[in-house]
Design a binder for this molecule. Structure first.
Ligand code: KIV
Ligand code: ZN
Length: 510
């Protein structure tokens, strides 16, 4: 009989720890709603003690979700746990997730605590969390580099204190599958009261093994997997939800485990995360990358035409990637647009739909066919962005082989219009210089990339910039059929995100 694996999604917490991935409250709420629709069992909404913004976002999500368990992260201190509970106490299904490190390295250098102190602290934290809810998860940070017997001792004490889930994180992505599978078996056979708790794993991808390690752990008896959409997360990221779920879905004979994930919502959710965070999915990313179902070699194309199973182990439709995308044009009406956006995971209010509809018509005048990616850009640019301080009103650029590149820019700064001009090494440099001068910002441009998000010469160009100022970094995205305008939009978007971060500093986890 197939057993159930609990999918614990931490896109909004560990995923948000990806450099530059911070999301505002509205974006987090939209993503949380989509994740519930996707079918995740537990959603880690954030780390409420980190900032007021994080607390408020977790609290709003806790108030909205009905089917999904909402978890809040807390260190083992009472103040962290109070904050976590404060944010989720009104949730239909709340969970407090508390953690402390158990490796010698972390206990000695980071915590400056003895083993006995760590066990005592863990027990007190679990008991304290348990005074609020009977759904308590305990994580032993850096478990994969911890002494195994000590790990079992901590887990036994945590379960005794009331933990209902115990989590084995490979915090630094150090484990390899055989070793991690063995660790899970060891914990399960050397923790006397293990049958009173669900065993969970949380893997990082530093060696590119997060999904493999998670699968290995499930094959050894773990029954909760902690994952993120697109595998985003601290450093090289976490186990990716889509890889894990599709591995279970595609190879049921090998691992007879089922999940509650609606696989056909995987692709729209992946796009939504990419749109919101500005983190582009690498083209060769398994399952959701642009090339995941593209066949380049003639022999492969021929085979797929004769029978898709020759080179495709999954059907694109299974993850919600329809082979023939619905194309909207300038004659499409509001109703068709609303229905289509709903399928893509955007359930818009009447006011939001009106905004999108107007922009859609404007784009349809410039571009014959509007495809899903165009709509995503309109929605994310028009609705999901953090509140803008800076807005691009006008841009005129002169450039060519015989003129010195110059950009005239008009911006609205807190609803006040300002204009100016500047020179640069090229039209984009001139545009960025003018914008920086007008906004009085000093950010450093760390990265600049351009890609075509739709095919053809009338494709929208998508520009991503990475900016840094005052020790903060932010991504900015902009799209437009004109590359220089797309660059200006991305730059302004990045500056707005930096301003947002300055106003909502996220306290770094220690
Ligand atoms: O990677 C890690 O150890 C974590 C814990 C907080 C679970 O993210
Ligand atoms: Zn982690």
């Amino acid at each position: 009989m197939t057993e159930q694996v609990i999918i614990f999604d931490t896109t909004l917490r560990d995923g948000e720890q990806s450099p530059g991935a911070s999301m505002n409250a509205a974006e987090k709420m939209r993503l949380a709603t989509q994740l519930e629709k996707l079918g995740v069992d537990v959603l880690e909404a954030g780390f409420p003690v980190a900032s007021k913004g994080d607390f408020d976002a977790v609290s709003r999500i806790a108030g909205k979700l009905k089917k999904t368990t909402v978890a809040a992260l807390a260190r083992t201190s009472k103040s962290d746990i109070d904050r976590a509970w404060g944010a989720i106490q009104h949730a239909a299904k709340p969970r407090i997730h508390t953690f402390i490190a158990t490796s010698d390295l972390h206990m000695h250098y980071k915590l400056n605590m003895t083993k006995d102190q760590v066990v005592k602290t863990a027990v007190e934290a679990v008991k304290y969390a348990g005074s609020f809810t009977d759904n308590v998860e305990f994580s032993a940070e850096d478990a994969s580099r911890s002494d195994r017997d000590f790990l079992c001792k901590v887990f036994e004490a945590a379960i005794e204190a009331g933990a209902t889930t115990i989590n084995i994180p490979d915090t630094v992505g150090y484990a390899i599958p055989m070793e991690f599978s063995d660790l899970v078996k060891y914990v399960m056979s050397h923790t006397p009261n293990i049958n009173k708790a669900v065993v969970s794993v949380h893997c990082h991808n530093d060696l590119g093994l997060a999904t493999a390690n998670t699968l290995a752990a499930l094959s050894s008896g773990a029954r909760q997997a902690e994952v993120t959409i697109n595998g985003i997360g601290e450093r090289a990221g976490n186990t990716s939800l889509e890889e894990l779920v599709m591995a279970l879905h595609t190879r049921p004979n090998y691992l007879p485990l089922r999940s509650n994930i609606k696989t056909e919502l995987i692709y729209p959710t992946s796009r939504l995360v990419s749109m919101i965070t500005g983190i582009i999915v690498q083209p060769n990313k398994a399952i959701v990358g642009a090339n995941a179902f593209a066949h380049e070699a003639g022999i492969h194309q021929d085979g797929v035409l004769k029978n898709p199973m020759t080179y495709e182990i999954m059907k694109p439709e299974t993850i919600g990637l329809s082979a023939s995308k619905l194309v909207l044009g300038k004659h499409s009406g509001r109703h068709a647009l609303r229905t289509h956006l709903k399928d893509m995971g955007y359930d818009l209010s009447d006011k939001e739909l009106q905004l999108v509809f107007t922009k859609f018509k404007e784009l349809a005048d410039k571009k014959k066919h509007i495809v899903d990616e165009d709509l995503e850009v309109i929605v994310t640019e028009g609705i999901l962005r953090p509140p803008d301080i800076f807005r691009l009103e006008y841009l005129h650029v002169t450039s060519g082989t015989t003129v010195f590149p110059m950009a005239s820019v008009k911006l609205s700064i807190n609803e006040r219009s300002v204009q100016g001009a500047g020179y640069g090494n090229g039209p984009i440099d001139a545009t960025f210089n003018s914008i920086a001068k007008l906004t009085g910002t000093q950010s450093e441009l760390l990265r600049f990339s351009v890609s075509a998000i739709t095919g053809g010469t009338d494709a929208q160009g998508e520009v991503t910039v990475r900016l840094s100022e005052e020790g903060l970094t932010a991504l900015g995205r902009g799209a437009d059929p004109d590359i220089i305008t797309a660059s200006a939009k991305a730059y302004v978007n990045g500056l707005n995100r930096l301003e947002y971060l300055k106003a909502n500093p996220v306290v770094a986890m220690t």
